[in-house]
Ligand binder design. Structure first.
Ligand SMILES: *Cc1c(COP(=O)(O)O)cnc(C)c1O
Length: 395
């Protein structure tokens, strides 16, 4: 058997400290490594594989598209992109969408949209963007510039400039930073990497009201919390606020790299025009065949209702662990986007869980993040609870 860990460490640029597991294949919510060991997957490739592994209808849809055509460029129309665009706009209650290859690129597009929108209004280029502390929006220069983790940004400064950071869930901090040159507020509806922090209702509604009053665009990053994960197709629906621009990725392609930014017609008609933005691959027939099939299955299987129905069971399982171990400080989250915060680093628990055949990930050093495929059953939840219980007792 080849030593893939050694091979990877030698040739893949060392920007990740990988866990010592070589994953080979998956079936439903189970993953198998190169030695045949089974893992119950409550990480889903970081909130990506919503519809599970080895999903036959999904794989068949991809194979059929491969046999037709995978790529055409955006100089021509293609069937899957046109259909996926309409269906995504319908579920996101938006009017126009641009497909990207990743979440980060969706953020780039959203930022460019906001700057162009503001530029067309007053002809100036000195607008600012308000982002949130402890947010995460990606690793490109633009996305990094609105990411509220100074440690990620430090070595790569200067960023795009004119970005100010407010405190998440503190409306006053947003109000204080707002001025006549503010073109956008960007934030996650539920902060993911920052530790799984849902927006408080008063906060998000207050930000929306402020944006509406001052003609500021509200960009909600739903790359992680969108696509049904919180028990709503998009997390904002719970609060009754609708953004002007939304970014989507992760679960959108169920493993095929694809993202999107979508907007209202009001924004679309007064921002980007031909020549302003583009991508060679983005929205190609292969990626959009994935999006189209994902959305078809969400509807057919009513994934959102399933998440909502099983959320109490997941929360109860995690709460029972919180009650059992006094080093668990907090259980929080929304739907199938949950966290257990410890009073100590969680790396050991994650390793022990892996040994016990459970994959969970972290969100910050002390927080265990639970973002399973959205198709898990009640049995999977109790299985997860048992395996995590064992890992916690051994840590
Ligand atoms: C993962 C993530 C991104 C970046 O997406 P990539 O596909 O990794 O580029 C941006 N925003 C949020 C909220 C994310 O969770």
């Amino acid at each position: 058997m080849k030593d893939y860990k050694k091979l990877g460490d030698e040739y893949i640029l060392h920007t990740y400290n990988r866990y010592p597991i070589v994953l080979e294949r998956g079936e439903g919510v189970k993953l198998y490594d190169d030695k045949g060991k089974e893992y119950l997957d409550f990480a889903a490739g970081i909130a990506v594989y919503a519809l599970g592994y080895g999903n036959k209808e999904f794989n068949d849809a991809l194979k059929a598209q491969i046999d037709k055509i995978m790529h055409t460029s955006n100089l021509y129309y293609n069937e899957p992109a046109c259909e996926a665009a309409k269906e995504l706009c319908d579920v996101a209650k938006m009017d126009r969408v641009f497909f990207t290859n990743s979440g980060t690129e969706a953020i780039e597009g959203a930022i460019k949209t906001a700057r162009k929108y503001a530029y067309l209004k007053d002809g100036s280029t000195d607008h600012n963007i308000i982002a949130m502390e402890s947010s995460f929006h990606g690793r490109s220069m633009g996305a990094l510039s609105v990411t509220g983790n100074a440690h990620y940004r430090e070595a790569f400064e200067p960023g795009i400039g004119n970005v100010k950071f407010a405190t998440y869930n503190d409306l006053g901090s947003v109000e204080r930073l707002t001025d006549e040159k503010t073109c956008a507020v960007i934030m996650e509806t539920v902060q993911g990497e920052g530790g799984i922090h849902p927006a408080e209702e008063e906060f998000i509604r207050g930000v929306k009201k402020l944006c509406d009053e001052k003609g500021i665009l509200l960009i909600l990053d739903e790359i992680q919390c969108g696509m049904g994960r919180t028990g709503y197709m998009f997390a904002w629906e719970k609060y009754g606020v609708k953004p002007d621009v939304v970014t989507i990725a992760k679960a959108l392609g169920n493993g095929v790299p694809v993202g999107a930014f979508a907007m209202t017609s009001e924004v679309a008609d007064a921002s980007l025009v031909p020549g302003d933005h583009g991508t060679t691959y983005g929205g190609n027939p292969f990626a959009c065949a994935a999006v189209r099939e994902v959305l078809r299955q969400y509807e057919k299987r009513d994934i959102v209702s399933h998440v909502r129905e099983l959320t109490p069971a997941l929360e109860e399982a995690l709460d029972s662990l919180k009650d059992k171990y006094d080093f668990i400080k907090d259980r929080r989250g929304a739907g199938f986007m949950q966290a257990l915060e410890l009073d100590r680093p969680c790396a050991k628990v994650i390793s022990r869980a892996q040994e016990n055949g459970l994959l969970v990930i972290s969100a910050g050093a002390d927080t265990i993040r639970i973002v399973p495929p959205l198709i898990i059953s009640k049995g999977d939840i109790s299985d997860m609870r048992d395996r995590l219980d064992k890992a916690l007792s051994e840590s």
